[in-house]
Design a binder for this molecule. Sequence first.
Ligand code: SF4
Length: 474
Amino acid sequence: MKILFIAAKMHTIEPYGIMCLSPHLKAAGHSVRLYEAEDSALVDKVAEYEPQVIAYSVCTGSDRYYIALNRYLKQHLTFVSVFGGPHPTFFPEMIHEAGVDAICRGEGDHAFTDFCNALESSGYLVPVANFAIKQKGQVERCPPRPLIENLDALPFPDRDLYYTFSPEVSAHRVRSFLAARGCPFKCSYCFNPSMDALYEGTWHSPRIRSVGSLVDEIEGVAKKHATEFVAFRESIFPLKLAWLEEFAREYPARVGVPFYCHLRLDLLNKENVALLAKAGCHSVNVGIETGNEEIRRTLLGRNMTNETMINACRLLRQHGIKILANNMLGLPGGTLENDIETLKLNQRCKPDYALAMLWQPYPGTGLAKYAIANGHYKGDGTDLDFTYYDHSHLEFRSAKEKRRIENLQKLFAPAVALPSLTPLVKLMTHLPSNPIFKAIFGTMYLIVHQTDIFPHKMTLSEWGLNLRHIAKEA
Ligand code: SF4
């Protein structure tokens, strides 16, 4: 059977979901392609390929875009549409949207292939585990199958699927990998607690790949495609000492390019940070999120103190590891003063880049439910956009406060890098929203990412892509 994935313009990160599904489909004998959604010849190309199934991997914020695209394609062509990824996982009501034939919730590795096999052999939609299907207006739902216990048993993601159809991604010398799935924590704004609920309490025990399997995959990719930098994108990079010791021996010996990973500051100590540095860790992504300990503990479900974070950042700096700190401004019920506290904590933590976003009420998260229940958010999730760097969807004490928070988010990184700018930045937040603030944010985001956090030689197309991105932000 012919299966087509359609994804919005692929920039530089290989989205893992589609790459993970493709090898299972190909092993079952299906033909698999991937087209870019913005391709001006998309309809003609799809018509020429004649796929029986078109599938989309959808995050909240991009759902309206893909639903509209799918409806447009359905006006011209006949196919079964399948939506997977975070949005249908946490917002299964999506099945009722016109044009949506099926959704896949949770891990689709085997589920999507089972769905396609059943469709091919029966000629109609068959409800399989993880799926909800809609036929003649009737919806049938199946619960998810158990989580895949042994990640080593999975085939390596099909990178060639992306690289074949997106030369820009292929030329990008930063390559992404996953060492684990799952997270034991329950931060209220994160998808992980909802995944744990979907999987009845089995998701929170992280499943970790063996060092051998992980390094085999990276070594194979690096031999085939120029690789200057590796980005690990799981929720939290494995920190078990025995695993990390083996990784710190194998990875430098067999791959040896610097890497980036996601960590939690309260898990860091002298031993694991030293091993990360020995393995070649160049930069880490950590959450500071808010400067207010009470909000952090009660609203966000993150039980760590400011001192813990300051000390962990010091430890990382002592080992020469660069820090990208994530922060969420405009929390539900939060104030501008709270966000200034966040700025001040970042100035004490001294990250190499303090990235601030405007918190968004993604459906299904505990914090979104809190925001709705307490009148901070009056929408239904359909108003959310692709980006969390532009504006907030919440109600604040006044329109002026909201504008000042949105302006602070754009000027946050310079104010952390140069604390003496703080009084000026506070004054600047009074100004109307404007393209200059957006350009400052976009320029700093891209420059620091390319030079400090993911240092690598940029291709001409990457420069072009980045400049277009800055112009769009402004
Ligand atoms: S520690 Fe990170 S990945 Fe885990 S639940 Fe919290 S925010 Fe999500």
